[in-house]
Design a protein around this ligand. Structure first.
Ligand code: CO
Length: 134
């Protein structure tokens, strides 16, 4: 069902500081930056081979990433699996009875289609499905 770990999401409270940290300490360059209005965040992708680290910084106080930071502080936020058919992956998850956050895919970074499962359904790990834009 999945082709790769597309990215891992990391919640940060200061995007430029985080970008500088990864650049200066781990030699990971910013390859892409976008405001993802559906998620209420500004996101930066750092390249790691065929995968990415996705740094997420909330643009307001009333979204999931902002609430995550308030409750748990900066750190690992979600893992994202790449699929060629997100509708099928989501339907399988629904048929299995997994609790979904997104009943339908929404628009993610770089015009991808994304959907999140509820962390209560997946052992406390917020899980994202990603179908890259073609
Ligand atoms: Co993500």
């Amino acid at each position: 069902m999945f082709e790769a770990i597309d990215h891992i999401g990391i919640a940060v409270s200061d995007l430029d500081q985080a970008v500088a940290f990864y650049r200066d300490n781990l030699d990971m360059a910013e390859t892409y930056r976008e405001t993802v209005s559906d998620l209420g965040v500004e996101a930066v992708l750092l390249e790691v081979g065929d995968s990415h680290v996705e740094l997420l910084c909330p643009l307001s106080d009333d979204n999931g990433v902002a609430r995550f930071l308030e409750k748990r502080g900066e750190g690992l936020h979600h893992v994202a699996y790449r699929t060629a058919d997100i509708d099928e992956a989501l339907e399988k998850a629904r048929a299995t009875g997994l609790r979904l956050i997104d009943e339908q895919p929404r628009t993610g970074i770089r015009k991808s289609r994304v959907a999140f499962l509820h962390p209560e359904a997946t052992g406390g790990v917020l899980t994202e499905f990603v179908e890259p834009a073609h």
